[in-house]
Design a protein around this ligand. Structure first.
Ligand SMILES: Cc1cc2nc3c(=O)[nH]c(=O)nc-3n(C[C@H](O)[C@H](O)[C@H](O)COP(=O)(O)OP(=O)(O)OC[C@H]3O[C@@H](n4cnc5c(N)ncnc54)[C@H](O)[C@@H]3O)c2cc1C
Length: 283
């Protein structure tokens, strides 16, 4: 029995739900979910999808410490397709354990209509109870797979996201202490893609819905905002060019301490996650 902090599990779809037009929630279950752990917040996992025509993902030897080398040695046309997602919720119940993942749709119906959908998005559009995927997930609550770590002296929190990082923002907001001031900007495709976000924090949430007539991007919205006084902690995620612009503004123009600005490109326009994994380039 390996004691690796992250382990592979095969899980199956219990049910799916349209949260909003451009977001599908997948509830995953199976006997192995009880062994998974999550820190909440922006806890990330790797999902491994079957290729077209396969009923199960073809996994590398997951007991090997160098499983990623083993994965890369496999035929790309056969091996599972690996993508990064956020644990929206991990529920350990007396009867059933459930891992909840929210998939933002892109390409084609419900998404941005521009770029063709990637394999993860194609998979979720067709996902049905009983479908099986692999998950590389932590087995300890404290683990290296999350970034939202505000220092103790944080007076207020700034969050920016697009729909791909909305599951993380939703989970982060659930963990903020009561009364903690939070300024939050979330860019979605359509007004119908806004969600109720539960929090005990004193959160001011601004939904940005760009349209050709009144395009206010996340970067512009943050740039023109009046921010609270005190020591901030910023967490910025979503499309990588936007993330870089917001970070540059916060550190360069607003003078935030760069150690208090956590930023993460969740996807890059025109580039699949395979390309980013293969080249080692950041998103
Ligand atoms: C730490 C982390 C956590 C993440 N959590 C989530 C999550 O919980 N939910 C979620 O939906 N996504 C999440 N993402 C983003 C997700 O991994 C990417 O969107 C991924 O590229 C989707 O895979 P795909 O197979 O659909 O598309 P890919 O094959 O990777 O890409 C195909 C094409 O689609 C474009 N594309 C990819 N994503 C988007 C998008 N969101 N909008 C528009 N175009 C896109 C690419 O630029 C490319 O041109 C996370 C990413 C990271 C790094």
């Amino acid at each position: 029995m390996t004691d690796a902090p992250f382990q592979f599990f095969v899980v199956e779809v219990l049910r799916t739900e349209r949260v909003t037009p451009a977001m599908i929630r997948v509830v995953l279950g199976g006997p192995t979910v009880s062994r998974m752990a999550s820190a909440g917040r922006d806890q990330r996992v790797k999902l491994l999808f079957p290729q077209a025509g396969q009923s199960e993902p073809v996994m590398p030897d997951t007991t090997r410490a160098d499983w990623y080398d083993a994965y890369r040695e496999m035929d790309p046309a056969v091996r599972a397709i690996m993508r990064t997602y956020t644990v929206r919720e991990l529920r350990h119940g007396p009867d059933e354990d459930e891992l909840v993942i929210d998939f933002a749709l892109h390409g084609g119906d419900g998404g941005d209509g521009g770029t063709p959908a990637g394999p993860a998005t194609r998979w979720v559009r067709a996902a049905a109870p009983g479908d099986r995927i692999g998950v590389l997930a932590p087995v300890h609550e404290e683990n290296a797979g999350y970034d939202f770590r505000p220092p103790e002296d944080t007076d207020w929190v700034l969050l920016t996201a697009d729909d791909s990082a909305l599951p993380a923002v939703a989970a982060i907001l659930e963990t903020l202490p009561p009364g903690m001031p939070a300024r939050v900007w979330v860019e979605v495709h359509d007004r119908a893609d806004r969600q109720e976000l539960a929090t005990k924090a004193d959160a001011e949430i601004t939904w940005l819905v760009p349209n050709p007539a009144t395009t206010v991007t996340t970067a512009e919205a943050v740039r023109t905002a009046e921010l609270p006084a005190g020591t901030p902690y910023a967490w910025i995620a979503g499309e990588s060019a936007t993330v870089r612009t917001v970070r540059r503004h916060l550190v360069g123009e607003r003078g935030l301490d760069r150690r208090r600005v956590k930023f993460s490109g969740y996807w890059r326009s025109g580039t699949s996650e395979d390309h980013l994994l293969n080249t080692g380039e950041p998103a």
